[in-house]
Every structure is written in structure tokens, then in C-alpha cells.
Write a protein that binds this ligand. Structure first.
Ligand code: KIV
Length: 294
């Protein structure tokens, strides 16, 4: 008797598996996670790809942008996520200035994500100008996910977090960027803040999956930031849908705990442990007090 789908061991999602998903018309589900509990929760939900995004600079570390995020930040958080997952493909963002200075430095830094932190692939921002680097990384056995459109590490060039590819010239440039990344060996490309028609056209042009965020429904998959879809941040971008109000639930729970501590309702009997009466008696004899209590 053959095993049912639920009984079969869950195979790890691979970069080549994503291409097969695209060929089969199966949408790729990708979400960010930054720590062990978050990784366990999104893995249990059955996502295909977990991205340790450099968005952790804002969502977790309290920075105003992704620019201050370091290699050490990314490696530490990637390792925490890697220890807590066994099915999803794990992709890590290379932080600002870890891959732009030279191909040699980029190779050394990218290798650390796979060798030290347990990632399966890295993501880098940028279009055709990154093709040479994508070729070098894949040539060294490091799978690369591209990222075009609004690339947050270039926010100062764009003058804000704005939709990209709105006119024909910049739209065609984005198509060329994606084709160059695909030709160089990228296994998937994130399209961030790109008009829906353009994102669909790019998805149709590529044989690798185009994964959208704020890029409409015509992509081969979608990626969202954990904090945005769970209501954990102070701000929800227009492209995100809140599937839960976890932030409000946490604040209410912690407020209830605080009220119980202040009223004496916590801890109760269920959360307390007691000494054996003989030990109490010994302590009372050793520490006699006027009220006779230990
Ligand atoms: O850092 C990140 O979370 C990302 C996603 C927005 C794609 O790059």
C-alpha cells in the first residue's frame, strides 16, 4: 500500500523545484522570518520559501532602513531560522555593501551564508549590472535570487519607496534586467513595487519564477514580510494584507499579565511549587521567627 501525501516524508523545497512549480502553474509562497519561533510558525504553515530579509533592520532591529544591517546580523538571524526549519528553501539577503565592492568579497560573504549559517541561497538587489556577479556566485555553487524594481538598499537613489517601471523606458529596462539575471543563472527574481501589467509580462517572459511583492497577481509567486501580514509593525504597506492582529493580541495578553501581577492573581497555585512539610519544619527550627513562620 503506498503512503498518502500526509504520510510521505516532507521533501526539502529546492531551487530546481521552484522552476518545476512554475512549469506546473503552482504559485510559490514565500514569506520572511527572522528568528526560531517565527521560522517554526511559517514552516508549520507550509510555505515554500523562507526569506531572512534584510528588512529585519526595520522589523526587528529598529533601524529606519535596511542600510545599517550587517553581515553579522544576517548570519546570526539566518542561523536561527536554519535551526528551526526542515522543509522550506531558505534564502538570505546579502546586506548593503556586502556584494557591491568586488566579486571576490561578494563570493566570500555569500559563501558564509551557506557554509556557516545554513542558508540554501542568497538574494541580491540590482538588475543587469549584477549579471557578472550572479554568474560568479552560481559558478561557485551558490544559488542566487535576484531582486529588481524597488530595491530598498537603493532607497536614497530612488528618493523614497516608490513604484518602479511606470513609463515605457523604465519598464523595458526592468524587462532587460530580469532577462540578464536569468541568463546569468539566477533561479528566481523578486519584483518589488512594479505595476501589475509589467510584472505579469516579466513573469511570462521568464522561465524562472518571478515572485512579486506589490507587483499584482500575475507573478509566479508572492512574498510578504512576516510583520506586515500579522499586524506586528507600526505601519502596514499598501501591498500587504493583514491576516491577523497579532500585535494587538500580544499587547492585550501582556496587559492582562501585568494586571494579574499587580492584583496578586498571578502566580496562582497552578504556577507554584511547594516544599515538603518536613523541610518546612526543619527550616522553621533553623530560622525561628517571632511569628513562627518561615
Ligand atoms: O528584505 C526583505 O524582506 C525583502 C522582501 C521585501 C522581498 O527583500
Amino acid at each position: 500500500m503506498s503512503a498518502t501525501a500526509a504520510e510521505r516524508p516532507r521533501a526539502r523545497v529546492t531551487t530546481t523545484g521552484l522552476a518545476a512549480m512554475k512549469a506546473a502553474g503552482e504559485p510559490v509562497v514565500m514569506v520572511t522570518a527572522y528568528d526560531a519561533p517565527g521560522a517554526r510558525l511559517v514552516e508549520a504553515a507550509g510555505v515554500d520559501v523562507i526569506l531572512v530579509g534584510d528588512s529585519l533592520g526595520m522589523t526587528v532591529l529598529g533601524h529606519a532602513s535596511t542600510l545599517p544591517v550587517t553581515m553579522e546580523d544576517m548570519l546570526r538571524h539566518t542561523a536561527a531560522v536554519a535551526r528551526s526549519t526542515d522543509r522550506a528553501l531558505l534564502v538570505s539577503d546579502m546586506p548593503f555593501m556586502s556584494y557591491q565592492v568586488s566579486v571576490a568579497e561578494a563570493l566570500r560573504n555569500a559563501g558564509r551564508f551557506l557554509a556557516e549559517a545554513g542558508a540554501h541561497a542568497v538574494k541580491i538587489e540590482g538588475g543587469a549590472q549584477m549579471a557578472e556577479l550572479v554568474g560568479a556566485l552560481t559558478g561557485a555553487g551558490i544559488p542566487v535570487m535576484g531582486h529588481v524594481g524597488l530595491t530598498p538598499q537603493s532607497v536614497n537613489l530612488f528618493g523614497g519607496y516608490r513604484m518602479q517601471g511606470r513609463d515605457a523606458v523604465s519598464a523595458l529596462r526592468l524587462v532587460d534586467d530580469c532577462l540578464a539575471l536569468e541568463a546569468a543563472g539566477a533561479f528566481a527574481i523578486v519584483l518589488e513595487l512594479v505595476p501589475a501589467e509589467l510584472a505579469q509580462l516579466i513573469s511570462e517572459e521568464l522561465s524562472i519564477p518571478a515572485i512579486g511583492i506589490g507587483a499584482g497577481a500575475g507573478c509566479d509567486g508572492q512574498v510578504q514580510v512576516f510583520h506586515d501580514i500579522l499586524g506586528l509593525g507600526d505601519f502596514t504597506p499598501r501591498h500587504a494584507k493583514r491576516y491577523a492582529e497579532v500585535g494587538t493580541a500580544i499587547t492585550s495578553a501582556v496587559a492582562a499579565y501585568a494586571a494579574d501581577v499587580r492584583s496578586g492573581a498571578f502566580p496562582g497555585e497552578a504556577q507554584s511549587a511547594h516544599l515538603d512539610p518536613e523541610v518546612v519544619a526543619t527550616l522553621e527550627r533553623a530560622l525561628p521567627r517571632t511569628d513562627g513562620e518561615v
